[in-house]
Write a protein that binds this ligand. Structure first.
Ligand code: CP
Length: 315
């Protein structure tokens, strides 16, 4: 594997799960792979889990790690070609990217949707420029439209806890005060297709995700209709796709509560974190024994390490 931008690249799910299980059980078995190799992690946005888990994964593989926060300490970057740079942006991404490539062997990039242009976001302009101009293997640490390392960790967590071969998984929209990207839910849909679980998306009217991601997945606008029989409830907020980037609704009837979880088949609760308590999910649900948010976050090391290992093997 050279670049990693989507869980669809995992290919066969059983093989991808076996690879992750090996890494989880043997975290230091491949230290020689990363010796004298440097990972550069570039953040255009904030992060707690991705930053720490990917760094830990690289250290487990024997790599050196450099972290660059674009907003803190780097020159302010221009991203558009053709702009007369007479403003506050001192450096163009088209020089910055190949320069970054000179200092490392692989690059992880976090670049959220900017909600300025649906076309630019869905064309993954920033991530693709890194792929085109860095000269290095590039992997997504959450880009505008996908968060594949998160989804890989979600799938590992479901696989570890499922009680039937093909569990029912409900991904439900839940309210949030700000406009959040669609990367996590888009990627999760790809993951559900990969794993072949019984999958339902529940979201209010106006929040249907991009048709190219939804594909043939079942969608309902009635959360109470989706939850019965669920083995896993994956809660997430996202901004509207049709009214691109807008918050249309903060209906607390979509918050995942104990009463909502009682409709399920004693489902586990999942969320990628960070989570707004008592907007997305109530305190009692996230603190319940059915909540998997911490093991899910822990599996971020496993997903990152499994992908980094494959990138190192390709060098
Ligand atoms: N889930 C996730 O990617 O968390 P961070 O934004 O903290 O990295």
């Amino acid at each position: 594997m050279r670049h990693f931008t989507s869980v669809k690249q995992l290919g066969n799910w059983q093989d991808a799960y076996a690879a992750a299980k090996y890494v989880k059980e043997n975290p230091f078995a491949d230290q020689a792979l990363g010796k004298n190799k440097t990972l550069l992690m570039v953040f255009f946005n904030n992060s707690l889990r991705t930053r720490l888990s990917t760094q830990k994964a690289a250290l487990n593989l024997g790599m050196n790690v450099i972290v660059l926060d674009i907003a803190h300490g780097a020159w302010k970057l221009e991203t558009e070609r053709g702009v007369v740079m007479d403003g506050d942006k001192s450096e163009h991404l088209l020089e910055a990217i190949p320069v970054m490539g000179c200092y490392c062997d692989a690059i992880g990039v976090r670049s959220f949707a900017r909600f300025e242009s649906k076309e630019d976001d869905y064309n993954e302009v920033i991530l693709n420029q890194f792929i085109q101009y860095s000269g290095r293997p590039v992997f997504s640490m959450e880009a505008a439209t996908r968060h594949p390392l998160q989804t890989y960790a979600d799938l590992i967590t479901i696989e570890e806890h499922k009680k039937k071969a093909r569990p029912k998984v409900v991904m439900t929209w839940a309210p949030h005060p700000k406009a959040l990207p669609q990367a996590v839910p888009n990627s999760f849909i790809e993951g559900m297709e990969l794993a072949g679980y019984d999958f339902v998306i529940a979201n209010p009217e106006g929040y249907d995700l991009a048709p190219e991601f939804v594909g043939n997945a079942r969608v309902t606008h009635d959360q109470d209709e989706a939850l019965p029989g669920a083995d896993f409830v994956y809660a997430k907020n996202w901004a509207s796709y049709d009214a691109y980037g807008q918050v249309l609704n903060q209906d607390r009837n979509w918050t995942v509560t104990t009463e909502k979880m009682a409709l399920t088949d004693n489902a586990y609760f999942l969320h990628c974190l960070p989570v707004r308590r008592n907007m997305i999910v109530t305190d009692d649900v996230i603190e319940s024994p059915q909540s998997l948010v911490i093991p899910e976050a822990a599996n971020r090391v496993v997903s990152a390490q499994t992908i980094l290992k494959q990138i190192l093997q390709s060098l």
